[in-house]
Design a protein. Structure first.
Length: 134
């Protein structure tokens, strides 16, 4: 029987801009993500599929997590501090990046924008019918 990998993906909590400079490097970002999650190191290691000793060495800057483990760490902790460190080191502004949208997400966003516009139009029309300037 084949076991399916357990993927835990927590909601992403933003990393305050005031913390960006204190992250410094990937090791600090890994430690920051784990500390901020409130989870024990052992739990994060299990969710990332790495040995607890390897995770401890990654926090100390002695080794680097591979890409899959780093992505799993960000998913399990809900903290994208390692990504922010890489963006800053490459000269990108994390505030201006946005995630790609699926076709469904794009359609939903456009529908929500259209609903908001219709609500505004309705408000303006009601005010005009009442004789008030909008």
């Amino acid at each position: 029987m084949t076991q399916l990998p357990l993927i835990v993906k927590r909601d992403v909590k933003p990393v305050p801009e005031s913390d960006w400079q204190s992250l410094g490097n990937e090791a600090h970002a890994v430690k920051y993500a784990i500390d901020r999650s409130g989870l024990q190191d052992k739990s994060v290691a299990i969710e990332c599929g790495v040995d607890a000793a390897l995770l401890s060495r990654a926090k100390a800057g002695q080794v680097r997590l591979n890409d899959d483990a780093l992505h799993a760490l960000m998913d399990s902790t809900g903290c994208e501090a390692p990504l922010i460190v890489h963006l800053l080191r490459r000269g990108y502004d994390p505030r201006s990046l946005r995630k790609l949208e699926t076709e469904t997400e794009r359609a939903l966003r456009e529908s929500n924008e259209r609903c908001a516009q219709l609500e505004n139009d309705k408000r303006v029309l009601i005010e005009a019918l009442r004789g008030n300037a909008a």
